[in-house]
Each structure stands twice: as structure tokens, then as C-alpha cells.
Write a protein that binds this ligand. Sequence first.
Ligand code: MN3
Length: 231
Amino acid sequence: MESIGRRRFVKQTVTAAAALAVPASAFAELIPTALQFSQVALPYAANALEPNIDALTMEIHYGKHHAAYIKNVNDAIAGENITFTTEKDFFANTSKLSAKARNNGGGAWNHNFFWQVMKPNGGMPTGKIADAINGAFGSVDKFKEQFTQSAMTRFGSGWAWLVKDGNTLKVGSTPNQDNPMMDLSELKGTPLLALDVWEHAYYLKYQNKRNEYVANWWNVVNWDEVAKRLN
Ligand code: MN3
């Protein structure tokens, strides 16, 4: 107890001293700082989505691929003097950015989103998200068919999406690391659900069988997170 009390005293003293000194850097807070992307913590263990997504794929995907997108977009922001302060503005102006900023910015954001819309034992949509899907697609099964079709027909690397566009829901896909918030994207809207169909997302376990990866991925969709984004 004594050491905690002492630590608090030291911290308060240091804070008070810093406040009195008023370093010049204090004024830096008044100038808007450029956007920095950061990697979300994985909301579950790397092996938590087994057997649908294997641990080694998750470790490499999160620890290598995604980490590199984060580093590279931040390098681009610094190196190219990109001054947007929000992700929204960054993506609304993607057409003006370099390929490095566009590809790595998309990769940074898309994966942060992807990890959060998955969880072990995902189940089925219920409540308002189920109502919205039924309203837009006729049934959850029909929605899954259309989404799967988008994932399967995206040639090469890219993403399949469920988006909210105005008052409707739509499915579609984007190439490479593009996303539906980008001004140059053909598919536009607020992302509700995303599936990474790059080979790095499934090749170790599924090899060329993207269809099996997509079919099993439905077992790990976090519908509560999807529903949150409907608001
Ligand atoms: Mn990926």
C-alpha cells in the first residue's frame, strides 16, 4: 500500500511540475495532427477461430500482413505529407493519394474491421440486423448466397462486403485493398461486414478452395458487431 501511495505522490508531483514548466510542445496540441493508423488488438486468441480459420494463418495474417499495412500507411502519411486528420477524410480523398497510401491505408483499415466482425461460435443474425437482411435480400440464406457469390467472383485479391447505402443494404466486392468508403470505389456505403478473399487469408488451410473457406467463415461471423454498425 505504501509503495502505491508513494507512486501516486511522485506522479502528481511530476504532473504539477510539468504544468508549471509549460513546455513549447504544449501548444502543438492546438495544431491538428495528421492521421495515424494503429492496429487493433486481436479480440480473441489466434487459435480461437479454429477449425474455420487456422492459428498459423491468423498469426501470419495479423502479425505480418496487417502489421506491414499499418507501418507502410503511416510511412506514406509522414513521407508524403498527407494531412487528413480522420479516416473518413482519408478514404473520401483516396483518388488523390499515392498507390502506397491507398493500398496500405485500405489494408490497415480493412483488417482492423475484419478482426472485429469475427468471433468463435458466431451463430446466426438475430433482431434488427436479421430484419434488415430479410428486408433487403428476402432471407438470410439468400443474403449468404449473394455475399458468397461476390466473394467467389472477385477475381484475384480483394474483399466481399455487406454495406449500408442510405436506407438499403447491398453486397458487392472491391479489388486489392480498396473499400466502400473510398471515393474511387464502385461499391459505396458504410461497411457492416467484410470478408478477406486474398489467398493469404486462406491458402495454408484451404489452398485453392476459396469456396470452402467462405462456407466455413460463416461460422465465425460476429453478428453483434455487424448489428452495432447498422445504427
Ligand atoms: Mn488480408
